[in-house]
Unconditional design. Structure first.
Length: 267
């Protein structure tokens, strides 16, 4: 609940506000009514605008992510129109304690000095987007994360990062749509995501690549044989047969999807 979140944040970030929040919350947060409006009223009238807690609460607003989203939209949307995947926007607040050695108000590395603990707060926005086009051949999803770490004084960000951390395609997504999305998102990849891209390659793409490479040889240098076969055959021929069967299966699935979609529209 909103009241639990507020009291927990105050307890870790600004304990001196805890008693005020606990006493005033019942006067603003009611069982009925618009919780968003109630919280807004509570923040404006109770939380000191220059407080550390106010700085953290401002980071929970979706407006804080807007500049990064505009930049991503400018880079991605034209070639890969996307829309909100409802129910996937999540916000996490991570609080860790940083200990500093303080001597007369100045940072000191001298031994036997008093250690001062201060909270370091990171706010993480995480959300998924999906293709706007309903055509299965163009379907995709991707997930972005905006990570904001406040400075010890809560007056600015010590770090702010916007990354795409995951993306995926439908079973019938075409190679053009896949290549186009990867190219558009590349500048936003989180380090480490590239290592996982191999898992997103389609089997039919691998087959096509093998055929292309093997056809560069003038002679069928590689053959295959099985007891059920009358004689050995070039591996390229087997790959082409598998490729045709795969493409035929995809056409069947696409026709079935179109038929199901038409029946839904008729209903």
């Amino acid at each position: 609940q909103a009241s639990d979140i507020l009291t927990t944040l105050a307890r870790h970030i600004e304990p001196e506000l805890l008693s005020l929040i606990e006493s005033e919350i019942p006067n603003f947060i009611k069982q009925d009514g618009d919780v968003g409006e109630q919280l807004k009223d509570f923040f404006e009238k109770i939380i000191p605008p220059q407080s550390n807690l106010a700085a953290v609460l401002k980071c929970l607003s979706t407006d804080i992510v807007y500049p990064a989203l505009v930049r991503m939209r400018q880079a991605v949307f034209e070639k890969n129109p996307f829309k909100d995947l409802q129910g996937t926007w999540h916000i996490k607040i991570a609080i860790r304690t940083k200990k500093s050695v303080i001597n007369d108000g100045n940072l000191s590395t001298q031994p036997n000095q008093e250690l001062k603990s201060s909270p370091v707060v990171t706010v993480i926005h995480r959300k998924k987007e999906r293709s706007r086009d309903e055509d299965p051949i163009k379907y995709f999803e991707f997930e972005w994360v905006n990570t904001l770490t406040l400075s010890p004084r809560f007056t600015e960000f010590s770090s702010a990062r916007f990354n795409v951390v995951d993306f995926s395609f439908g079973e019938n997504t075409g190679s053009k749509a896949r290549k186009q999305l990867r190219s558009s998102l590349k500048q936003f990849y989180k380090p480490g995501l590239v290592r996982n891209i191999a898992t997103l390659v389609r089997p039919q793409d691998i087959i096509a690549s093998l055929i292309e490479r093997m056809e560069k040889f003038k002679d069928p240098v590689l053959t295959a044989y099985h007891p059920h076969m009358a004689h050995s055959v070039p591996v390229t021929l087997l790959l082409k047969s598998l490729q045709r069967a795969w493409e035929e299966n995809l056409r069947t699935v696409r026709l079935k999807n179109k038929k199901d979609q038409k029946q839904t529209e008729d209903i």
